[in-house]
Design a protein around this ligand. Structure first.
Ligand SMILES: [Zn+2]
Length: 182
């Protein structure tokens, strides 16, 4: 697997393909069209690689950054940036992924723009619906992953316990050990 899906929400996992956004050099997980193909297959949005081009990749990154700008505005309680709203709505108006029923079950195929349209529509539902109030950013400062907090009492602190939660807890433990030794 080249990609991670910690959020349980594909548009936010997609936003997370630019990791450590506040670092001087964030980690770009969609550096090539092939990595975008892998994302669609690994996320199970599409059964087959859509054969992304450089242009597709640029359009995908436009969508990703528009979703991030909108989520960041929601988190800061600021008005939604109009250019990001326009980009999201434009991509959401694309053709849906092709679902077919066959002898072996369902197949999902489509082009990059069909996959992006599905992501954009899901993002519209998150940002425009009740889920918008559940948006959070991971508490590990370098991480910058955004997610929906569906936990009881809304106390989820990390994008994923397995990665960020454990790393922060291990660091806190080491700090305490250090303090008692001094
Ligand atoms: Zn995290």
């Amino acid at each position: 697997m080249n990609h991670a899906f910690p959020c349980g929400t594909l548009p936010l996992d997609f936003v997370g393909t630019l990791r450590a956004r506040r670092n001087e050099e964030p980690t770009e997980k969609l550096a090539t069209p092939e990595l975008l193909d892998d994302w669609f297959v690994e996320s199970k949005m599409l059964d087959l690689a859509p054969g992304a081009s450089e242009v597709d990749l640029a359009i995908a990154i436009d969508l990703r950054e528009s979703i991030y700008d909108l989520v960041a505005a929601r988190l800061d309680g600021k008005p939604l940036p109009t250019d990001a709203v326009a980009e999201l709505n434009l991509q959401a108006s694309g053709k849906p992924v092709t679902l077919r029923l066959g002898p072996d079950g369902t197949t999902r195929t489509g082009t990059v723009s069909q996959g992006l349209a599905a992501l954009a529509r899901e993002a519209v539902e998150i940002l425009g619906g009740d889920d918008g109030a559940l948006l959070r950013e991971c508490s590990r400062p370098e991480c910058t992953q955004v997610y929906l907090d569906r936990s009881r009492g809304h106390r989820r602190e990390w994008c994923a316990m397995k990665t960020c939660g454990n790393r922060v807890k291990a660091a806190a433990y080491r700090a305490r050990q250090h303090a008692t030794q001094d």
